[in-house]
Ligand binder design. Structure first.
Ligand SMILES: [Zn+2]
Length: 103
């Protein structure tokens, strides 16, 4: 799964012309993904249980942080251009996210 996931991140990043340093996976319980100032992306391995559209949203969310390292209006506007329906994925994570931590 991790290989597939990493390939997906690579795909999306090159599609949008963004560069990152490296990707890592953690069994993170508090966050789905993160992006450091050094352009290292990290994702929760729990995401594997989420629908594809949600995984894509989390990946794109972190990729947008490569350009905008905050949650400003500009950041969200950028996310919305890439995924117009991103709020559905946000809602899914809010509602079902904790189920991913049960197993
Ligand atoms: Zn964020």
């Amino acid at each position: 799964m991790r290989v597939g996931f990493a390939l997906k991140v690579e795909d999306i990043a090159s599609f949008y012309g963004v560069k990152y340093e490296k990707i890592s996976f953690r069994d993170a319980k508090s966050r789905w993904g993160s992006c450091s100032a050094r352009k290292n992306l990290s994702f929760s391995s729990r995401l594997v249980g989420a629908p594809k559209s949600v995984i894509e949203y989390v990946v794109i969310h972190e990729i947008c942080h490569l350009r905008e390292l905050n949650h400003s209006h500009r950041f969200w506007a950028h996310v919305a251009t890439l995924i117009p329906a991103y709020k559905e994925s946000e809602a899914w994570l809010k509602e079902n996210g904790r189920l991913l931590f049960l197993y």
